[in-house]
Design a protein around this ligand. Sequence first.
Ligand code: NAD
Length: 367
Amino acid sequence: SASPVFVAIIGAGTVGSSFIPQLQNLIKNTTNRAIFPILIARSSKCLVSRDYTGLDLNNWSADLSASTITPPTFPNETLKWLKSAPGEVVLVDNTSSLEIAQSYPAFLSAGIHIVTPNKKGVSDSLELWDNIFNSARQGGNATGGYFYHEASCGAGLPIINTITDLVKTGDKIKKVEGVFSGTMSFLFNTFHPASGTCDEKFSAIVDKAKAAGYTEPDPRDDLNGLDVARKLTILARLSGLKVPNPTSFPIESLVPAELEAGSASDFMAGLPKFDSAIEERKAAAEKENKVLRFVGKLDVDKNQVSVGIEAFERGTAIASLRGSDNVISFFTERYGANPLVVQGAGAGAEVTAMGITADLIRVLERL
Ligand code: NAD
């Protein structure tokens, strides 16, 4: 049978908690290879199998809550310990930490594989992006670890692998456009539905979405467009554009400048004052039989990336979105005028974990 693989998990929150049962299932179904989970770390505590014999995952959540063990320091102790494992190692980063992502090159250079839904490594500085891919096996480092990040954009939707396959097989990406935020999708599909009407104010819809847990605890983290900008940065780079950082192109923030400071509740209290401005844009779009959507776009020939509100003709994939779905259209040389379209839930613990587990399987199949 194949050589054993050791899996170290950093981050056991919403996504990590769905990933671990999927890992258990994978361990059970992988009959030709032993897979040993050796670390489950939160910020302040962990479960660790220092002698690499593997953790029992059956009660991992209760065990982790009860644990008094401090995680090995990151990156130094963690890297040293993982390098000494008696086999291949996969690091699963389920955090949103930039600090952790900044150490990917060191882990990859040491031959440790990485799978992650964390956007930071691939959407921050171009220098970090270059360091990651130059250290990775795919980037040509024969002794480097594999690096996969499908869930960094659109959760489990096949976006990163799709665009990578298009490029690697010689297609040319011309444009990518889509709705990349589940929260923005929900807000605009509700505010400006493709069929029927909505009389609710935009601020009231944000209020409801927040109460239902569809937004970040501070809705400004969704409305400022930065999360979408990071996703666009990833896709632009994969399409061949050298985007220096995730704020190096126009981003339309839906957070009014005067509401940027202050608490989340100050923001919610102030938002109704800005309803009339967005109402006017809705009315203008309506006159052209269009609906407003919050989109990200990139155009390779024009070397342009942008994020913001746009009006779309009824009947198009973007206008017809429902619920909190994402939709991404790839316009390429091969696909011609009718784009390759990927659509579905772009957030949620189970589907995000699916993207991570599928990446882990991708690594295992290459070892
Ligand atoms: P979360 O906040 O619920 O969990 C984060 C976990 O990481 C926590 O367990 C926290 O203790 C741990 N953590 C943070 N910094 C750490 C550190 N330095 N060392 C050790 N542990 C650390 O977040 P989440 O919703 O599970 O998201 C995880 C990642 O998945 C993020 O990068 C997020 O952007 C991405 N993602 C989430 C979704 C989703 O639907 N929730 C969708 C796509 C991508």
